[in-house]
Design a protein around this ligand. Structure first.
Ligand code: NDP
Length: 253
């Protein structure tokens, strides 16, 4: 029998992360998910995963606070060691994140620092600190955005950090190849979640605009994304490495 695989998904409590963990569980993968502020939502997702027959646990983590990562990794490791005999995971999905909508000319240093901490530094160091606990042959998936390829006014501070994560991912693929660990980027287009105050979902003008610039003619839904991430964690996807996979219905072609 294959050994049980485990995925660690940051921001797995809502939106895209929630859809990812559900799709991973449907593939028979156990889940460690994180939330930042909303424990209740995270516990609902844990119950959903358990109802699918997989094991799940939620931990609090602010991915913008690198100083907390050692404690977090230790906490996860202790839990997994107790449950499975090993602190290791197989898949790390760096998904957590927050939005920033501000014109370039008005973007403040504090806003850029927040984007840097959450979207780049957090991904860099969580991956670095998790690395000793990722099994050889594992996978890393970093969540970027269509906004790293095309430019929408007001997304300079955010989009540029996603661009940085895409470059980082190619370096991870190169350096971790000797351990058989593949690293890829999934870059969603605009998706209807709570992200950015739920703009894409709740603001009809924004939603119509996104639909208008998308070849398939609508804004994305969480369910358009989670299955792709889950696929990247399958044996069939083993030869995909160092790639940016945009999942946007063909935005801004
Ligand atoms: P949501 O706002 O729906 O969910 C965000 C999730 O991340 C929640 O679980 C939240 O936890 C967690 N989170 C937020 N801030 C932090 C933090 N500082 N530290 C740790 N966890 C945090 O967003 P989406 O699901 O839409 O976005 C997920 C990812 O997808 C992000 O990286 C985003 O940039 C990217 N993306 C989103 C697109 C979209 O249109 N929705 C498009 C392209 C990319 P809690 O609820 O506890 O705060």
């Amino acid at each position: 029998m294959d050994t049980q695989k485990i995925a660690l998904v940051t921001g797995g409590s809502r939106g895209l992360g929630r859809n990812m963990v559900v799709n991973l569980a449907k593939k028979g993968i156990d889940i460690v998910l994180t939330y930042n502020t909303n424990r209740q939502e995270a516990e609902k997702v844990v119950a959903e995963i358990e109802s699918l027959g997989q094991k799940a646990i939620a931990f609090q983590l602010d991915t913008g606070n690198v100083k907390s990562f050692d404690g977090f990794i230790q906490q996860v490791g202790e839990h997994l060691r107790e449950k499975t005999g090993s602190p290791n995971i197989d898949f790390l999905i760096n998904n957590a994140g927050t939005a920033l909508y501000a014109p370039f000319a008005d973007t403040t240093e504090e806003q850029v620092d927040a984007m840097f901490n959450i979207h780049y530094k957090g991904v860099f160091f969580l991956t670095q600190k998790a690395l000793p606990f990722i099994n050889d042959g594992g996978r890393i998936i970093n969540i970027s955005s269509g906004l790293a390829r095309f430019a929408f006014v007001g997304s300079a501070g955010y989009g540029a950090m996603k661009g940085a994560v895409e470059v980082l991912t190619r370096y991870l693929a190169k350096e971790l190849g000797p351990r058989g660990i593949a690293a890829n980027v999934v870059a969603p287009g605009a998706i209807e979640t709570d992200f950015g105050g739920g703009q894409v979902r709740d603001n009809k003008d924004v939603n119509d605009h996104v639909a208008g610039v998308t070849a398939l003619g609508r804004a994305g839904l969480p369910d358009d994304i989670g299955g792709v991430v889950a696929f990247l964690c399958t044996e069939e996807a083993r030869w995909i490495n160092g790639q940016r996979i945009e999942v946007s219905g063909g935005m801004m072609l």
